[in-house]
Ligand binder design. Sequence first.
Ligand SMILES: [Zn+2]
Length: 355
Amino acid sequence: MKFKTQISLICIFLLISLSYASKCQAARNDIPSLCYHQVEPKAGGKFSLSTEKFRAQLEYLKSRNFVTLNSDDLEKIFYHGEKVKENSIVITFDDGFKTVYDYAFPIMKEFGFKGIVCVYPRFIGSRNAMSWQQLAHLISEGWSVESHSMTHSNLASKCDKPDQEKAFLDYEIVESKKLIENKLGNKVRFMVWPYGCYTESALEIAEKAGYIGAMTVDGGASYEELSPYLLKRQVVYATDNLNKFLIRLGMRALKISRQFPAPGQVVDELATFSCRLDELSDYSSEKYVLNAKLTGKKVNFAFDTEGRMLKADISSKLKPGNYFIDVYLRDRKTGITCQNGWLFTVRGGGIKNNY
Ligand SMILES: [Zn+2]
């Protein structure tokens, strides 16, 4: 082979591998989802972003060609086999604050984005909340309005009172859907858990009530094979700087199965948790950094490469409450981190909210 040919072959090889590497960095076919609460000029509180900060985040999304999905789009993906388009994103606003209508909506519109508002009827029409008319206007602009329960209760809070639980969940899940649909004439498709807390009973009731899915604040990004009742969302906090925002946004989908405890399971106590990392056929500690956390705290775990099972020990006794399990996988070469989180509850009185 002549020297010149060799050089050009090397060049072609370099070009191909470079474009492959940049593809790994940029393209994503999972569905990241953000959970906002308030946007206002004078931000205050944990969940209230300044309009400046919010605008900067949307500017970033626009610069990376992100396209927003509303509930119609999600239904097409999870029920009608539509492929997730590259750089799709879901932008949600919980509770129904008036500041979303006054400040977030015009900025979203400027960027050509549409959002999903998750409201609880007890709040709507009060001083700091949107009115039903404003919500109807958002729908006419391509936004979706979904249920965030009736009163914003922690839906795991009656898991130790079986005689009261069904009526409680019916009111929060079934009645809120009917009420919103009556007021707005829309189709309420998603149940959006207050405080991100759900149980297996709540999931069952939501499915029977005709919801086509549910939104959590479980970590990671959603993907086509994920149950639409376990959609992931990343909460955006007021204190997040752009770098922190990019870390949350950058969490890719990690496909897992056989979770123990199951998402939403209520247990009396727990000593271990486990799941299968379906796609991790080539695990080695040189290639990947694998991590497991329980409500933000690192735990000891083992990974069996043959069965692809991760098993973690919980060293301390867990108090009654809601807990998040998170599994992270970082590819050392690309720097990309994938995450999959889910929630379970330890039964007992005095269940406190996570935030
Ligand atoms: Zn909320």
